[in-house]
Design a protein around this ligand. Sequence first.
Ligand code: PLP
Length: 417
Amino acid sequence: MTLEEIQAAEAKLLLSTYERNPIHFVSGEGVYLVDEKGNRYLDLLSGIGVNALGYGHTTIEKAILEQSRKLIHTSNLFFHEGQAELALRLTQASGLDRAFFSNSGTEAMEAALKLARAHAGLLRSEGRTIGTKFLALEHSFHGRTMGAVATTHKAKYREPFAPVMGDVEFVAFNSVSDLNEKFSTDVCAIVLEVIQGEGGIRMVSREFFEVARALTQSTGALLIVDEIQAGFGRTGKWFAYQNYDVLPDVTTVAKPLAGGLPLGAMLCTEEAARAIHPGMHGTTFGGGPLACAVAIAVFDEMEKTRLLEHVTEVGTYFTRRLHELQAKHPAIVEVRGKGLMLAAELDSAELAKDVLNAMLERRILINRTSETVLRFLPPYILKREHVDAAADALDEILTERAPQTAGAANEGGTNIG
Ligand SMILES: *Cc1c(COP(=O)(O)O)cnc(C)c1O
């Protein structure tokens, strides 16, 4: 089928949930994607933070091939060796004690939210005073299912589906006073991303994070950190909270965990895990042999190639190049992020849209979030030369679009007036 035929068929046959870019990728290699005409694209988005090892990685192909020849699915009614081994790796990397495996990020969040409600119930049965309310943050994104979406801030994701899960209140981002005001013994958990992804690569402040930790500790409520986008190496640490030395009670991971296969995990403390007994929660597909085998292979590869250090090194370089662009182009109002979870915020949504399209014309894939924010979530295997290609393209595109004020016209560079 040609791209036009696919577009026409989808327009008639699919629920219209997506506004796709008119590109049809058929293969990939390293940090490049290839469309059906053979054009190569530099991918700085990696399937929304999923393809950490890039495309066509032999480690992933080998793990899929070997495990699929043995066993793809058994259900959670029987044992296989993948879950315990992957749980061991994840608990060691996270500092938490137990794991529950799901297929997606939002399901890992559902597990975390249900755990918080069940844990509060357990504490009440033991005579403690603790309620059922969740505190989440403004600009948060936690997923699309009825519980996760209830803790997601943007009204357009929640309101058409009302009533979503109740008992959620939103706290102004990084406002310690608002957090102190809204926290009480009614709260069973505070839910936050240490670096908000969809919300525009906003980092929670150390003070806010530490206060959230102290408040939850004071009542027995859980601190749930959503690491679905920021976790599993993206910031140069296994978990983004490790940049702060704050250990949550619960964390969720998914996107890069199984090198492109669907897999999520909810990790928690022994204390929180007391609330869950057989039959209370589960999944048919979650943590299947194939996804677990691939995730273990990704873990091995990341350790073998010291990929966390590489993410820090290339991420630092990328950040420096973005700061250089900011110094030159007033249209860049802020550069944010950590490791290879980076953003350049522009001064208008129109410009951001325009830049995104101009990058696409140059066959470089980036993403726009929160209207004005250019978001970069490249594969962890990105090299400096790819950063240079992207930064040089951005430089040219922004220079072409710089307001032609007196003195700056046709100079292509300085634009200080
Ligand atoms: C993507 C994302 C989710 C949802 O994950 P899905 O796999 O799409 O369900 C939740 N939280 C954060 C921070 C995310 O980036």
